[in-house]
Write a protein that binds this ligand. Structure first.
Ligand code: HEC
Length: 132
C-alpha cells in the first residue's frame, strides 16, 4: 500500500513538472537568463523581445503559435545550435536553458520552486502550450 502511494505521488509530481503552466523554471533562473539575453540576444531581438529589422519576435501570439506543441527542449537546442545567428555554438546548454527560462517568463508562463534542468530528456517532455 505504502509503495503504491509513493508511486502515485511520484507519478503525479512528474506529470505536474511536465506542464508549462505549473512553474517549470525559477525566478532566479530567469534573472540569470535575462542578463545573458541582454548580453547575447538583445541587439537583434530587442529589449522587449519584439524583434528587430531581420530578427523575429520571441514573445506573443505569432511566436507562441509557431512553437505551440513543440518542446521547451527544441527551443533550447535551436538557441544552442543557431544563436546568436552571427556566431552560434558558444553558449552552453545550461546558459541556453537559463535564457529560455527568461523567454518563458516574458511570455507570461509562471515561475515555480525548481529550475528548468538542462537535461534534454526532461526538456523535451515540456510542451509549449497556447495561453489560457
Ligand atoms: C545577429 C542577430 C541575432 C542575435 C544576436 C540573436 N538572434 Fe535569434 N534570430 C536571429 C534571426 C535572423 C532569426 C531568424 C532565423 C531564421 O529564420 O532562420 C532568429 C531566430 C531566433 C529564434 C527562432 C524564432 C522563431 O520565430 O522561431 C529564437 C528562439 C532565437 N532567435 C533566439 C535567440 C536567442 C536566445 C539569442 C541570444 C542567445 C539570439 N536569438 C540572438 C537573429 C539573431
Amino acid at each position: 500500500m505504502r509503495l503504491v502511494a509513493t508511486l502515485l505521488v511520484t507519478l503525479l509530481s512528474m506529470a505536474a513538472a511536465n506542464s508549462i503552466w505549473d512553474g517549470v523554471y525559477s525566478k532566479a533562473q530567469s534573472s540569470r537568463g535575462q542578463k545573458l539575453y541582454e548580453a547575447q540576444c538583445l541587439r537583434c531581438h530587442g529589449e522587449a523581445l519584439l524583434g528587430g529589422e531581420n530578427s523575429p519576435p520571441l514573445v506573443d501570439k505569432d511566436f507562441l503559435e509557431k512553437w505551440q506543441g513543440k518542446s521547451v527542449g527544441s527551443l533550447v537546442e535551436l538557441t544552442r545550435k543557431t544563436m546568436p545567428s552571427d556566431g552560434p555554438g558558444k553558449l552552453t546548454r545550461r546558459q541556453c536553458t537559463d535564457i529560455i527560462a527568461y523567454l518563458l517568463s516574458s511570455n507570461g508562463y509562471p515561475s515555480g520552486e525548481t529550475e528548468l534542468p538542462s537535461d534534454p530528456a526532461v526538456l523535451d517532455e515540456i510542451l509549449i502550450q497556447p495561453k489560457k
